[in-house]
Ligand binder design. Structure first.
Ligand SMILES: C[S@@+](CC[C@H](N)C(=O)[O-])C[C@H]1O[C@@H](n2cnc3c(N)ncnc32)[C@H](O)[C@@H]1O
Length: 259
């Protein structure tokens, strides 16, 4: 066997084992069993993040860090991180608010928000995530999750005080996003608040897109976000400080108010 062939074989072997490790880690996250219950968590994390291992398997270090982020977190750690991430939205919430989380994923952010409001409803296009979110939120009577097929939201007009969406519009074409934001406006009560995360245009130049490739993401300039929301009738109030994203806070006007 030539040296080159042996090297390729080695790479494939490493890739195979890494896939096994990541898969077992994912199982652990879903509360089955996993490598992290056999080997110390810190050891696995360090191994996976070793530059050499990822270079040999043909992946970049940044990809390695992204791919292993969260894999070995316990539920309580994951929820603590979600609470921390959503802290800056909390001052805008009131105890009687009914809140919609659009594209809730496995529901960590919705659960974090449900500590501060009357009710949170999470919707997601992926039913598997909804199943996971329901498991994660078990025992919380004010946090509900429902599958959604896309298109018009399954809620009546003027239903929520707050609608938020995090890390969802970064993979949806801009024309489709405008339709969703229009529907946020419809389901919000007059005076209600929309908090929407748009990937910042400048992060396309900061190596953000290493993992999936830049073309997989949709980036926005701040002026574009302002225009999109204003065209629908929202009044943009402010932006939350957020790495890589414009997190826009915008109000639906109360009856009688003018832009
Ligand atoms: C990167 S995850 C973010 C999840 C969650 N918002 C968070 O911040 O952790 C993107 C989520 O958006 C959901 N999603 C994508 N397109 C959607 C759509 N058209 N309607 C509803 N959910 C969508 C995906 O299924 C996925 O759960």
């Amino acid at each position: 066997m030539t040296k080159g062939l042996r090297c390729q074989e080695g790479k494939r072997l490493i890739l195979f084992w890494l896939t096994c490790i990541v898969f077992l880690g994912q199982m652990r996250e879903n509360d089955c069993m996993g490598l992290s219950s056999i080997l110390p968590k810190k050891f696995i994390q360090r191994l996976l993040r070793t530059r050499l291992v990822w270079r040999l398997s043909g992946l970049t270090y940044w990809t390695a860090v992204k791919a292993t982020q969260g894999l070995f977190m316990s539920r309580s750690e994951a929820l603590r991180v979600c609470r921390q991430r959503m802290e800056s939205l909390v001052p805008y919430l009131s105890p009687n608010d009914r809140v919609l989380d659009f594209g809730c994923g496995i529901g960590g952010k919705a659960i974090a928000i449900s500590d501060h409001v009357a009710e949170v409803v999470g919707v997601d296009i992926n039913p598997w995530y909804i199943g996971q979110a329901r498991r994660l939120a078990r025992g919380r009577s004010n946090c509900h999750f429902q599958s959604y097929q896309g298109g018009s939201l399954p809620f009546s007009d003027d239903h929520f005080e707050v609608v938020y969406s995090w890390a969802v519009f970064e993979r949806i074409p801009k024309t489709t996003v405008a339709g969703y934001v229009r529907d946020f406006y419809r389901v919000l009560k007059p005076g209600g608040l929309a908090a929407i995360y748009f990937l910042r245009y400048e992060s396309s130049e900061a190596g953000f897109a290493d993992l999936l490739g830049e073309e997989a993401y949709v980036f926005y300039r701040r002026e574009e976000v302002d225009r999109l929301l204003a065209d629908i009738g929202f009044v943009v109030q402010e932006y939350l400080a957020w790495p890589n994203a414009h997190v826009c806070l915008a109000r639906k006007l109360t009856d009688g108010q003018k832009v």
